[in-house]
Ligand binder design. Structure first.
Ligand code: PEP
Ligand code: MG
Length: 757
C-alpha cells in the first residue's frame, strides 16, 4: 500500500503541468483501487463551479466541459462539508445530480474525498463503480491519504497556471492573490526579477538568449571543461574504487557528447533560450523521466544527471557571472531572500520584495523595514521561478502578492502609492516636534541599528538614542571574528555619531537563525539551542574582546549601555557581569580612562518574564525583545511561514507578559524599553505607552509614523484602549480594537494595521 502511494505521489510530482498531473492521478488511482471510474473535479472560482478536469471511466468528451455549480450534486456536498461521502447507491441520495454526457448512470456506488490545501477545498477526488456496494474502509483511507499528499502538488500546478493568467479550467484569469505575511508595509507595482542561489538547476529561469551563437559556443566550452574534469577524475581514482564505479566517470563524459544531452541543450538554445535555462530545462526533463521509473537502479540515475548538469551549470555561472538586469520598478523575488541579495540590487530600482520562505520577523524582513521597501514574506504557494519579467503587485500591508493585475486593480494600487507618498511627505513636518501625546505625556523614540548607514538615517529622523545596536551585523559581514581593534572602530563610530544620546549595544547574539559563516552552529533546534549569551559565556575570549572594544570606544563619550540577549536565569547575568567587570579592571590597569556603563538584560524568554523582578534588581535597565518573546510564548517559529498566521504580538498572552514585565521592572525602579519590531507598529506603540514603557526602540523607517500616531492620541485614550484590550481574548479582536481606536483618533488609514482593500 505504502509503496503504491509513494509511487503515485512521485509520478504526479514529476508531471509537467496541471493536466498531466491530474491525468496521472486518475489513471493510477483507478488501477490501484481496481475500480471502474476515477475522476477529479477542481473548483474554478472564476466561474463558481467544480469542473470535471480528468477522468478514467467517464466519457472522455465530457472532460473539461462538464461542471457543477458550487454546492451542486454530491461533489458540491463533499466540497461544502470538506468530508468524504461514501455511498452504495449514489442516485438515491437527495443531493445526487445526474451529469449528462458523462455516462455516469452506469455506476452505482460513489466515494468522493475533498482535496484540501491550507484549509481550502481545491476540489474533489471521486471513484465510482457499477456494483452497488460501499467502498470499504481501506479504500476510503487510501483515497484520503493520497488526496492529502497530492493537494500541495495540485495547488502548485494550479498556481503555475494562474500566474500565466489561466484558471484551472483554462479560463482567462486576473488578480490572482497569493497570500503570505507582511514583511514590510507599503505597496509596490513592478516587474519580477527572480534571484536564485547559484548552481541549482531547479531554480534557473527560462530567460531569452541575447546572442544565440555566443550561448552555443559558450555552452560547448563549458561542456568541454566538465568532460575534462570527468576524464581527470577517471584517471585520478584508478585503483581507489571498483572498476564499475570508475566507469561512471567515463559514462558521464559520454553523456555530454553531441548526440546525447549536449545536443538537446544546443537545440533548445537555438530556440532562443539562454544556455543556463536550456541546460536546466533538458536536465529537469530527464530527471523527471528517471524519477518516475519504478526500478530503483534507474531512478537513481536521476541523481547522476542532476550531478552532471550541475557541474556544467557551475561552469556556466562561474565563467560568466549572471548579470541581473534590474529594471526601474524591480520586484525582487527569491525562494529565500538573503541580506546579500538586497545588498546587490541597486536601492533606487528596488520597489518591492517577495520571499517564498521566511516570515515577518525573519531578519531579512527586519532589514527590508529598515530600508522601507514593501515586502511580502512566506508566499509559500507562489511558483516564484516562473515569475521572471511578470507584472506583480506587492501588498506589504496585507502580506499578499497579486499576479496578472488587471487595469482596475493597478489603478487602485497607484492611488494607494500616491496616498503613501503624501503621508510620508506629511511626516517630514513632525521631524523636529517632540514625541508626546495630546495631553503632554513625553515618550522616547529610539532606534535599532546594525550598520553605520542606519545611524545616519536614524539621526535624520530625530531618534533620541539607540535602543538596540545588533552587534552581530558587522560580525555577519566579516570573514572571521573581527578583532578587538576592528570592533573598536565600528563601535566608536556609532557612539560618536549619537553622543551625547545613549547607545545600547547588545553583546553578540548569534545562533538561532543567525549563524556566522566562519563559526557554523549545526543543531536540530537552533532557536532552543546554543544562542545569544549561551554562546558568548562559553567563549569568554570572544565576549571579552567585544566588551573591551565597547568600553574603549566609549572613552570620553560615556554614552554606552551594554545589553545581554537570551537571558534565561540570573546566573547568566552574574557571569556576564563578572566578565564585564574583569574587562573594565583590565582597561583601568592599562591606564584607559573608562567609565563603567549601565548594564541591562533583554527579556525575551518566558522564563525571564517571570523573573523580571530578580533580574531587574541586578541590572540598570530592562529591555523587552518582543520578537523572540512572542516566538517563545506562542511556540511559533518566527521564520516559519506555515505558522506565520499564529505569530502575533497582539496575542493576549503576549500583551499580559508585556504588562507584567513593565510593572515588575518599575516596581524595582528600573527603566524599561522595548526593542522588538512591535514597538514600530503604530497601534502597538499606543498600547505600550499605556502600559508604561519609557522607551520604544524601532526601525528608523517607522519612527515618524509612530510619532505621528502618538501625537494624535491622549494618554487617557491609550489607557482606555489598554483596559478594553485586557478583556479581549484573541489576537485578531485585539488588533481590530486597536485599529478602531486609531480610526476614532483620526489616524490615517495607512498608519492603522492598514487595510488596502
Ligand atoms: C527581539 O527578539 O525582539 C530582538 C529585538 O532581538 P532580535 O530580533 O535581534 O532577535
Ligand atoms: Mg531576540
Amino acid at each position: 500500500m505504502l509503496g503504491q502511494l509513494r509511487s503515485i505521489v512521485q509520478e504526479v510530482n514529476s508531471a509537467r503541468d496541471l493536466q498531466s498531473a491530474l491525468d496521472i492521478i486518475v489513471t493510477r488511482v483507478r488501477s490501484a483501487l481496481n475500480t471502474q471510474v476515477c475522476s477529479v473535479y477542481l473548483l474554478d472560482s472564476d466561474i463558481n463551479s467544480h469542473v470535471l478536469m480528468a477522468s478514467q471511466g467517464l466519457k472522455a468528451e465530457a472532460v473539461g466541459r462538464v461542471s457543477l455549480q458550487t454546492g451542486e450534486g454530491l461533489v458540491g456536498l463533499v466540497a461544502k462539508h470538506a468530508e468524504p461521502i461514501n455511498l452504495s447507491d449514489a442516485s438515491k441520495h437527495p443531493s445526487y445530480f445526474y451529469l449528462q454526457d458523462t455516462g455516469e448512470e452506469e455506476f452505482n456506488s460513489f466515494l468522493g474525498v475533498p482535496i484540501i490545501h491550507h484549509r481550502a477545498v481545491l476540489g474533489v477526488l471521486v471513484i465510482q463503480q457499477r456494483e452497488s456496494r460501499r467502498f470499504d474502509e481501506g479504500e476510503e483511507a487510501f483515497l484520503i491519504t493520497l488526496s492529502a499528499q497530492l493537494s500541495g502538488v495540485i495547488a502548485h500546478a494550479e498556481a503555475t497556471g494562474a500566474i500565466q493568467g489561466l484558471s484551472p479550467s483554462g479560463q482567462k484569469t486576473e488578480d490572482t492573490v497569493f497570500p503570505g505575511v507582511s514583511g514590510s508595509s507599503g505597496v509596490a507595482i513592478g516587474r519580477a526579477v527572480v534571484v536564485f542561489p547559484h548552481a541549482d538547476l531547479s531554480q534557473i529561469p527560462q530567460r531569452p538568449a541575447k546572442d544565440i551563437e555566443h550561448e552555443v559556443a559558450f555552452f560547448k566550452t563549458c561542456i568541454d571543461a566538465v568532460r575534462r574534469d570527468m576524464n581527470d577524475l577517471y584517471e585520478k581514482i584508478a585503483g581507489q574504487v571498483a572498476e564499475e564505479e570508475r566507469q561512471l566517470f567515463s559514462v558521464y563524459a559520454r553523456m555530454l557528447d553531441d548526440n546525447a544531452l549536449g545536443n538537446e541543450v544546443v537545440a533548445r538554445i537555438r530556440q532562443g533560450i539562454w544556455a543556463q535555462g536550456a541546460l536546466a530545462y533538458v536536465a529537469n526533463e530527464h530527471v523527471r523521466t528517471f524519477e518516475a521509473m519504478s526500478d530503483d537502479y534507474l531512478r537513481e540515475r536521476a541523481v547522476d544527471i542532476r550531478d552532471l548538469c550541475s557541474r556544467v551549470l557551475f561552469y556556466l555561472q562561474a565563467r560568466e557571472p549572471v548579470e541581473i538586469e534590474y529594471q526601474d520598478n524591480t520586484i525582487l523575488v527569491s525562494e529565500e531572500l538573503t541580506p546579500s541579495m538586497l545588498a546587490e540590487a541597486p536601492k533606487d530600482k528596488l520597489k518591492g520584495l517577495i520571499s517564498v520562505k521566511g516570515s515577518g520577523n525573519s531578519h531579512v524582513a527586519i532589514l527590508a523595514r529598515t530600508m522601507g521597501i514593501p515586502t511580502v514574506m512566506g508566499a509559500v504557494d507562489l511558483p516564484y521561478a516562473q515569475l521572471e519579467g511578470r507584472s506583480l503587485v506587492v501588498d506589504g500591508y496585507r502580506g499578499e502578492v497579486i499576479t496578472s493585475p488587471s487595469k482596475a486593480l493597478r489603478s487602485r494600487y497607484r492611488e494607494i502609492i500616491k496616498e503613501q507618498e503624501q503621508l510620508i511627505a506629511g511626516l517630514e513636518g513632525i521631524k523636529e516636534e517632540p514625541c508626546e501625546t495630546l495631553d503632554g505625556h513625553r515618550v522616547q523614540l529610539w532606534v535599532n541599528t546594525g550598520l553605520m548607514s542606519d545611524v545616519m538615517q536614524s539621526l535624520d529622523q530625530g531618534a533620541e538614542g539607540i535602543g538596540l545596536f545588533r552587534t552581530e551585523v558587522p560580525f555577519l559581514l566579516s570573514e572571521r571574528f573581527p578583532s578587538e581593534q576592528e570592533q573598536y572602530a565600528i563601535y566608536r563610530e556609532q557612539l560618536e555619531a549619537f553622543a551625547p544620546k545613549k547607545v545600547t549595544m547588545r553583546t553578540l547574539d548569534i545562533g538561532g537563525d543567525k549563524s556566522l559563516p566562519y563559526f557554523p552552529i549545526e543543531e536540530a533546534n537552533p532557536f532552543l539551542g546554543w544562542r545569544g549569551i549561551r554562546v558568548t559565556l562559553d567563549h569568554p575570549e570572544i565576549f571579552m574582546a567585544q566588551i573591551r572594544a565597547m568600553l574603549r570606544a566609549s572613552v570620553g563619550l560615556n554614552n554606552l549601555q551594554i545589553m545581554l540577549p537570551m537571558i534565561s536565569n540570573v546566573n547568566e547575568v552574574a557571569m556576564a557581569q563578572q566578565l564585564i567587570k574583569k574587562a573594565y579592571r583590565e582597561l583601568v590597569q592599562e591606564g584607559v580612562d573608562v567609565r563603567y556603563p549601565p548594564i541591562g538584560v533583554m527579556i525575551e524568554l518566558p522564563a525571564a518574564v517571570y523573573q523580571t523582578s530578580v533580574l531587574a534588581k541586578r541590572v540598570d535597565f530592562v529591555s523587552v525583545g518582543s520578537n523572540d518573546l512572542t516566538q517563545y510564548l506562542l511556540a511559533v517559529d518566527r521564520n516559519n511561514p506555515r505558522v506565520a498566521s499564529l505569530y502575533s504580538a497582539f496575542h493576549p498572552a503576549v500583551i499580559a507578559a508585556l504588562q507584567q514585565v513593565v510593572t515588575l521592572a518599575k516596581a524595582e525602579g528600573k527603566p524599561v524599553s522595548i526593542c522588538g519590531e512591535m514597538a514600530g507598529d503604530p497601534g502597538a506603540a499606543v498600547l505600550l505607552i499605556a502600559m508604561g514603557y519609557d522607551v520604544l526602540s524601532m526601525n528608523a523607517s517607522t519612527l515618524l509614523k509612530v510619532k505621528s500616531v502618538i501625537r494624535s492620541v491622549s494618554m487617557d485614550v491609550a489607557k482606555d484602549l489598554l483596559e478594553q484590550v485586557a478583556d479581549l481574548d484573541d489576537a485578531q479582536t485585539i488588533r481590530s480594537a486597536v485599529d478602531m481606536a486609531l480610526y476614532n483618533a483620526g489616524v490615517d488609514r495607512l498608519l492603522r494595521s492598514s487595510r488596502t482593500h
